[in-house]
Write a protein that binds this ligand. Structure first.
Ligand SMILES: *Cc1c(COP(=O)(O)O)cnc(C)c1O
Length: 361
């Protein structure tokens, strides 16, 4: 895929950009440019164009607006100690984007094209990458069915875009969240789209998120669709449980059953935890086992992970059966150690043994 560079001729001034980066948050301001490319069934992928960030003109009958044929990714660029910028494991996101496309009957974007378009945009807008540890430039590649028409079938046209936004820590980093265990609603069922990163999974989750908020909770925990018993994920993040403490602790996460989203952060943490000398385990954990584990003290820490927030400690779980605090409710030492190690690798202050960082400038 050729990338035609036609960058914004009126980029934000230094003062404007600095102020927007300082505001931080998540998705409040977007950088000067974006990348866009079109695919058609007849001609395949056309050239990509890097151009000024701005609105799209969409026909009201565009298929995605009606049937939700859409996929997305989320990855980050981190500033490095020497002032450069690195992407964290972009090929892993590219591979997942390819799999999501297949599940949603969208065209596959070659891995090299995904990475090249992301790199081109980050290189162009590198001045927008925040400098502090824990801050980053969040990158959102996405694709949608852009055929105009109301027929229900895979779109014969697709639009791919990449946009970026400066991000401070998504949730307050040190603060533990309280989660609502949803037994009424499910996120994903066997044979469904749970392992694809598609907007529809999120659309179906919002009512449960509202219910969680009404219960005084920050996030929803999803259970399996069939028994409503096995713990799967938290909101848009994967979950981890620390069993035991100190050097003999085991770092446990629900295994990928096909209804969970395979997080790049989840995968990275399984490796980092092993590097730090912990045992790691992927398996099944029921809500009863969660409750019994935090009550007996066998489960000492619970945390969630994902690109946006990296690691969020879970201080307590709430369900129709009651509230179960994790330990004293504060972030645990292994949670903090894994978080600092991962952030250190991403920011280039801890050795990148696995070659995860991809330098772009
Ligand atoms: C994106 C996402 C995650 C986390 O994946 P990362 O690659 O670690 O960002 C977890 N669960 C869901 C449902 C997601 O959409």
């Amino acid at each position: 895929m050729k990338i035609n560079l036609n960058p914004n001729s009126h980029p934000a001034s230094d003062a404007d950009r600095t102020e927007k980066i300082a505001v931080g948050g998540f998705g409040k301001y977007y950088t000067d440019n974006m990348v866009i490319a079109e695919w058609t069934e007849a001609d395949g992928w056309g050239d990509a164009e890097l151009k000024a960030y701005g609105p799209l003109l969409i026909d009201p009958a565009t298929s995605v607006l009606h049937y939700g044929q859409e996929i997305f990714e989320g990855l980050k660029a981190y500033s490095q100690p020497d002032g450069g910028v690195s992407l964290f494991r972009p090929e892993a996101n590219a591979e997942r984007f390819r799999k999501s496309a297949t599940r949603l009957a969208l065209p596959e974007l070659p891995i090299a094209d995904f990475v090249a378009t992301v790199e081109a945009l980050v290189r162009q807008d590198r001045a927008w990458v925040p400098k502090n540890i824990g801050e980053s430039l969040y990158i959102r590649p996405f694709m949608f069915g852009s055929e105009v028409g109301l027929g229900v079938r895979p779109s014969n046209r697709a639009t791919y875009l990449v946009i970026t936004t400066p991000a401070s820590a998504y949730f307050n980093p040190g603060k533990a969240v309280t989660v609502w265990i949803s037994t009424e609603y499910v996120r994903a069922a066997p044979g469904g789209t749970g392992s694809a990163k598609t907007g529809g999974n999120y659309a179906g989750s919002l009512l449960a998120q509202k219910q969680a908020a009404a219960e005084g909770c920050d996030q929803v925990v999803w259970l399996d669709a069939i028994e409503r018993k096995w713990v799967e994920e938290m909101g848009g993040m994967n979950l981890f449980f620390v069993k035991g403490s100190g050097a003999s602790a085991t770092v446990f996460t629900p295994k990928l059953t096909g209804t969970l989203l395979a997080g790049v952060t989840r995968d990275s943490i399984l490796t980092v935890a092993q590097d730090l000398g912990y045992k790691v385990e992927e398996g099944a954990i029921s809500t009863d086992q969660w409750h019994a584990g935090v009550t007996s003290g066998e489960i000492t820490e619970v945390f969630a992970c994902g690109t946006a927030a990296v690691i969020t400690p879970v201080g307590a779980a709430k369900s129709a059966q009651g509230i179960w605090p994790t330990g004293d409710g504060n972030p645990g030492p292994i949670t903090n150690q894994i978080r600092e190690t991962l952030l250190g690798i991403q920011h280039g202050t801890i050795e990148d043994k696995h070659g995860w960082n991809k330098r772009v400038s």
